[in-house]
Design a protein around this ligand. Structure first.
Ligand code: IPE
Ligand code: IPE
Ligand code: MG
Length: 241
């Protein structure tokens, strides 16, 4: 049976705090966070999710200390190398969103290899948001549209929501149903701004390294109880007329 949400996005926050609370360096939180990524990916495959999108590095995260950024870049490479076989065996196809061309070449190479190696995966898409910002995604879409207009292929009146969606990083991305944010903050921090328009938001206090199947199941159960109205009147009023 398919779970109610088909596409879940997760803002994986709280790695640094998880480590600080234990008197450990922040990077340990990131290392434990990578384990939570594996756990969560496999749990989502078991649930029959169509897509899981994970916010791994934002366009603003470059503001962090150099050693933390370097550690994260090395962790991405190590994670991709270590997970490739498991992703293939689990039928998971890897995808990315973000300005990945600005990532260090070794990260880009490993991403390209993993995307290629997993492209036949048909159970679930795992989309990693890397050097991703919702604002830069819209900026990049605008640039693409203006280029087309400059070539004479597009006029202002042809621009509609479908055309903009078709110029985002992954034009075929399924609708985003649910956003989970760990670490307790109540903000989007530039995650999937366009796609979030009618996604349900589910913040949880637990830090990302502690995230497990019980949190995932609780989020899905909460989602199942929500009434998504998309601007229409509540179902009860529709029946009452
Ligand atoms: C999220 O955890 C991981 C990344 C942004 C890469 P943080 O590193 O933001 O952890 P906190 O929010 O400082 O605890
Ligand atoms: C959001 O977390 C980015 C990722 C999870 C990759 P941040 O820790 O960067 O967000 P803020 O700074 O608390 O808004
Ligand atoms: Mg944070």
């Amino acid at each position: 049976m398919k779970p109610v949400p088909g596409h879940i996005g997760i803002i994986m926050d709280g790695n640094g705090r998880w480590a600080s609370q234990r008197g450990k360096p922040r990077i340990l939180g990131h290392r434990m966070g990578a384990r939570a990524v594996r756990r969560t990916t496999e749990a989502c495959v078991r649930l029959g999710l169509e897509q899981l999108t994970l916010y791994a590095f934002s366009t603003e995260n470059w503001r962090r200390p150099r050693h933390e950024v370097d550690f994260l870049m090395r962790l991405f490479v190590r994670f991709l190398r270590g997970e490739k076989k498991r992703l293939i065996n689990n039928g998971v196809r890897l995808q990315t969103i973000g300005r990945t061309r600005e990532l260090p070449p070794r990260v880009q190479d490993e991403l390209a290899r993993t995307v290629e190696a997993t492209r036949e995966g048909c159970k679930m898409t795992l989309c990693l948001a890397l050097n991703y910002g919702g604002r830069s995604e819209l900026v990049d879409a605008c640039r693409a549209l203006v280029r087309r207009a400059g070539e004479g292929h597009l006029s202002a009146y042809e621009i509609d929501e479908a055309l903009i969606a078709g110029h985002l990083y992954q034009p075929d991305m399924p609708p985003l149903d649910l956003i989970i944010r760990t670490g307790g903050e109540m903000r989007l921090s530039n995650f999937l701004l366009w796609q979030a328009a009618y996604a349900e938001f589910y913040p949880i206090p637990a830090c990302w390294p502690d995230f497990d199947e019980s949190h995932l199941n609780a989020a899905i159960a909460a989602f199942a109880k929500r009434e998504r109205r998309f601007g229409a009147v509540p179902k009860a009023s529709r029946i009452a007329g």
